[in-house]
Design a protein around this ligand. Sequence first.
Ligand SMILES: Nc1ncnc2c1ncn2[C@@H]1O[C@H](COP(=O)(O)OP(=O)(O)OP(=O)(O)O)[C@@H](O)[C@H]1O
Length: 766
Amino acid sequence: MTDSIKKYEQAHLDEVVQKIKAAETAAAKKISKTEKDKADINKNFYNDVRLNTSTYSGMMETSVSIRQQQQMLEERENSWQHATDEYAKLKKMEDTPYFARLDFEESGENKAETIYIGLGSFTDSPDHYLVYDWRAPISSIYYDSKIGNVTYETPMGTQSVNVTLKRQFQIKNSKIKTIFDTDQVVGDQMLLDNLNGKSSTKMKSIVTTIQKEQNQIIRDTSSDLLFVQGAAGSGKTAAVLQRIAFLLYRYRGKLTSSQVILFSPNQLFNDYINQVLPELGEQNMVQMTYYQYSSIRVPHLKVENLSQRFLEDNSDDTNLRNINTLKNSLDFFKAETVYANHLNKEDMRFKNIMFNKEVFIPKEKIAEIYYSFNENYNLRNRLSATKERLIKMLNRRVKAEMKKKWVEDAVQSLSREQIQAVQSTHPDEFQNADKEFDFLAKHIVIGAFRRVRKQIVHARFLSINNQFVHFLKSLPHILDLAKYNLNAADWQANIEKTVAGIKNGAISMSDVSAYLYLFDKISGKRPKTDIRYLFIDEVQDYTAFQMAFLKFTFPRARFTLLGDLNQAIFTHENSHHLLKELGTMFNPEKTNVVQLTKSYRSTEQITDFTKHILGDGEAIEAFAREGEKPLVEVYNDDAAAITHLKDKIALDQQKHDTTTIICKTLAECKTLYAELQANNIEANLIQTENQRLLKGTLIIPSYLAKGLEFDSVIMWDASADVYSDESDRQLVYTICTRAMHELTIIAKHAVTPILDRVPKELYIMK
Ligand SMILES: Nc1ncnc2c1ncn2[C@@H]1O[C@H](COP(=O)(O)OP(=O)(O)OP(=O)(O)O)[C@@H](O)[C@H]1O
């Protein structure tokens, strides 16, 4: 890049920064002015308000005048907020106002235009843009196209332009560090610079180097289902966060962050990504794990956590695996829907409504009422009609109850103050003592019936536990168990296990969705129609049942699902059916399946190694970033393995790399942690997803490392007897693909046969 260009661009940058600073000064003035106005209004409140409460019109006037003062305060408050936000935005911009420049001519016009692109837009007068937001329609050229004639989409339709220059900048503290002119889509040099950086406990924004295929995901506005299948490290998570920011910008005024929900694989991951969006200037959306979502909804039951689920899914019990395959399937969801619909005719389970430890309305009576409505009723209005009838029954019972002995006793024991308080609610004098007694008795009965009323209003007479068990028992009549290699006895045994669990206040992950779905169906819970966009990261670990349930719960949401079918550590091979099953849930014309094959996280050497762990046919392309070949080390005794581990950690520390040791299970992590402590090696053990990712050496179980990345990864105890089975292949792949710069695999006696597929020249064996 010639000096004159650099000089020219720095002068332009200086000019923009100057204008940003001028805007900052204006915003700061506005902030102090509105602050002063607010203080004045508060100070003069009682001087300015005309207080007159002696006449009706005086009171009206007073209230109007108070309202006016309040409105003035609110207006100042809004302007203050606006100016403060503006000021914060400008402050952020001042450091790095933009990262790219585009020169182009609009078709048919001979006028050359130059625009600069940054994290947000900046104008010095209305419609005079000094910087365009990266999400503006015109900015997509920067991500999508090379030099020459290109088209881009706008809300008004397709536009064409002739691009004559694409320039990228690296700017820090308002100074240009580097400039690249590129005829490429997004120059590799800038990407390489970004990827060479060290890992951090927080994910970074990729705005400046979004790749063309990622941009298509980010800017998709037409699909109901956008399914992104992407290799490990291909930027699925990074792209989806940019997509959220894009959608909030594109539909600003119509879409707010509270209408967006992101399901993430675990809470550690939530913590990892929570700085990406604020960095983009967006408020965070609702973000949770499926476990959190289901746990909140069944506070009386403890839902199986990640660690328990991992152990169960990886157990050798084929019967249990078959049961889970069935419970996780779309067939099971459909069977439950059939079952729920049939409850419109019969088999609804009820509990007695109790009062003072006695049956007040027997369950048989409730059933009679419930089924007295004609067949046009659905479960929701059948339930509300039943509630209405029960409330009427309750009201009719007040008179009869007033005659009971306990009521007489209660009236007798009322204190003088209590009697006076009740009487004061009666407008006239009582005609006689009987009338007075009736009034007090009625008051007492209605008070006591409040508990019954609550049981009715909250539908506590439904018996979700019994109903769920009844559904499980009915299943063999709805669905052919043999299709899942199960027989009636297997199924019965599993029902008993579920019942025992619920009695102990626990429920498995595979049962909880079915339990909630049935509950929602029978209680007629309204779906959540306010959520417009739903995102799921690591969707390969979701079951078809969960997906169908989410679709039922969020019927108006557009779904963006990201995953890697090769990293299914819970659903294993079944994950490959997920896409097929999803295909039946969404309109195929509004479904877009995008594949990302280029992996950005790891060095070329690591990506070449990891892709061979999978089948040969996997189309995974490495990004050309050089590093060492992965190391595979096999030791015959534990002490030697630990000594080597110690050396490796020390070496990484010298290079300022963070080392993360990934073991298969939590139990193995704990054993290793104890051994490291005994050898005076400092490390942080991540045991649960509620912890934070700390700097320094980490030890983490495989299922919690999902979605994360680290400078140097050590796969600990990759021995043949720990990863013995074909079913561990996806897990090994997931672990190894967490490494950005270095990968070391340590085994005892013999390394897992899962690595047999990897050509010897792709790693160093020690
Ligand atoms: N366009 C890009 N520019 C800069 N960095 C990128 C880009 N795309 C991806 N990356 C980086 O590559 C790494 C992997 O990205 P990300 O975690 O989004 O991948 P993923 O597909 O979700 O991976 P996994 O499925 O393994 O969890 C991150 O460090 C991300 O910042």
